[in-house]
Ligand binder design. Structure first.
Ligand code: ADP
Length: 507
């Protein structure tokens, strides 16, 4: 309860409280009365020692209208639950120290004063409510993770929220008052029409029922790729909804913009997955089938050398299939939370490198595979099977992506903190712009030279996951056209747990 007084000693105000203790909640101004007003006045007089002879209580009543409700609509239900159009905002008490009754004129003047006061208080209250409402709306708008844009009926921008500013790179000041397509600059459209086209073909359709105006149909949804301020692209879905005023007049169009790039990427990834896998499965399967069919013919079996060659090819292709399945399983394990490490032990990377070279050398007659490790190359703690998988992938890539042959060098080096293995080739190299991306899932460089080489784009993705799990880094240095060097660097203390012979654990 708030109260104010005029002409009364402030120290005594507490004593006047009984006046407002049981004020009726709501009433018609003409019937307004406060129970036992005279008696209360007497008591206050006794308590304060003031000479109080006359009192008149004037209700401050307003005709209440609920915010946002149409005029003439059902009257508001107010505090006590009764349906009524009146609300009591407060009471003005006028006190007199002489015994002259308030005349009719005086009462009328005071009553209209109370009416004006009620209007003023109500306006102040409404103003405060709308200011609070505005602040609340501002906070909601700014905090929203989706982009929100408010457009004027002529499709110029009134405001954009933080999410749109971040998404598009435009600032509020640059874009305010500009035509909306400055910010919604479609490069590619997936929907049938843009907002502009929709508005020019009659959207939104406004229906009128009595005094009620509503728009028919659904919000307008437009999806596609937008050009950002810096020229880059982003995939978005925009939902437009009209805000109608009295008489069905269009006040604003509200646009909600959602960045759907990751859905698009997921879709693209799914497509890549299907095409890569089907291609990579089909090739070995058709080779195996072709050789197996030939081997069923008796004349093929008579040629021992040919038979050996075919069986070797079948074995090689089966291995390729098995590797593909292993890689896919690893990828799905990675997605599910991590690659399993089997035996963490002391690993001599040099030995792993030599084994990989021995495995590949017979199949790479045009390449010269060389290992170069210093004598005191340190051991590290890790999973030898997984680390061999990394080296295997790097060496296999070095061979695959240097179709004209040449030297493939596996070089070891070490500092007090880390060990490094680098795999160098003199092949096609990696374009600068793609030197980061080749470590992404299913990513392959697009081009005639890579297209000719079988692959899934999973090897480096898995290699990076394995190296990171050992606390290390993997990266490429390459001058496109003159070869690539892939480096892995592992901390000498990988932080992995090693079981020693004594059974103690070391971290
Ligand atoms: P895959 O070789 O199965 O395609 P990777 O993940 O091993 O998959 O490699 C991803 C891509 O990186 C390859 O498709 C290729 O474009 C590029 N790449 C990898 N290694 C090399 C290399 N040594 N030289 C040139 N490009 C390479």
């Amino acid at each position: 309860m708030f109260w104010a007084s005029y002409g009364l000693p402030p120290a005594m105000l507490e004593s006047f409280l009984p006046l407002v203790e049981d004020v009726p909640e709501i009433t018609e101004p003409a019937e307004f009365s406060i129970p036992d007003l005279g008696a209360k006045l007497g008591k206050i007089g006794e308590e304060t020692g003031l000479l109080l002879r006359q009192v008149v209580a004037l209700p401050m009543v307003i005709e209440r209208q609920v915010l946002g409700e149409r005029p003439g609509a059902k009257l508001a239900r107010v505090r006590d639950g009764a349906t009524s159009g009146k609300e009591l905002l407060g009471v003005i008490f006028v006190l007199r120290s002489h015994s002259l009754h308030f005349s009719i004129d005086e009462r009328q003047i005071l009553a209209s004063f109370a009416d004006y006061a009620a209007i003023a208080v109500n306006n102040a209250r409404l103003y405060q409510m709308s200011a609070t409402e505005r602040r609340r709306l501002d906070a909601l708008l700014e905090a929203s993770a989706d982009g929100i844009m408010v457009l004027a009926p002529d499709l110029t921008v009134e405001r954009i929220n933080r999410a749109i500013r971040l998404l598009t790179g435009w600032t509020q000041d640059e874009i305010r008052g500009q035509p909306y397509h400055k910010i919604i600059d479609w490069v590619r459209l997936e929907s049938e029409q843009t907002l502009f086209q929709a508005v020019h073909t009659g959207w939104p359709v406004v229906d009128t029922e009595g005094e009620l105006h509503f728009w028919r149909g659904r919000p307008l949804y437009v999806e596609g790729d937008l050009r950002r301020r810096n020229g880059s692209m982003v995939s978005v879905g925009i939902t437009y909804a009209p805000l109608l005023g009295r008489g069905g007049r269009l006040i604003n169009i509200i646009a909600i913009i959602r960045d759907i790039s990751h859905f698009r990427q997921a879709d693209a990834l799914k497509d890549t997955f299907i095409s890569v896998i089907s291609h990579e499965l089909k090739t070995p399967v058709s080779i195996i089938k072709g050789y197996a069919e030939t081997l069923r013919r008796p004349e093929a079996r008579r040629n021992g050398v040919l038979m050996d060659e075919m069986l070797a090819a079948i074995t090689e292709e089966s291995d390729r299939l098995a590797r593909l399945v292993d890689d896919l399983l690893d990828v799905s394990r990675l997605q599910a939370g991590g690659l399993p490490f089997q035996d963490v032990e002391e690993v001599a990377l040099e030995d792993l490198a030599r084994r990989v070279v021995e495995r590949y050398a017979p199949h790479a007659p045009r390449h010269k595979l060389v290992t170069a490790f210093p004598e005191d190359y340190p051991l590290i703690d890790g999973d030898p099977r997984r680390l061999e998988q990394v080296l295997d992938n790097l060496v296999s890539n070095a061979i695959k992506y240097s179709p004209r042959g040449g030297e493939v060098r596996i070089v070891g080096s070490a500092t007090p903190a880390e060990v490094r293995v680098s795999v160098q080739d003199s092949g096609i190299g990696v374009p600068y712009a793609e030197q980061e991306r080749i470590f992404e899932r299913f990513y392959r460089v697009e081009g005639p030279e890579t297209r000719a080489v079988p692959g899934t784009g999973l090897g480096l993705y898995l290699a990076r996951a394995i190296v990171r799990a050992h606390g290390g880094r993997i990266w490429v240095e390459s001058i496109p056209g003159s070869g690539a060097t892939f480096h892995i660097s592992l901390p000498r203390q990988t932080g992995m747990v090693v079981w020693r012979e004594t059974g103690d654990t070391e971290v």
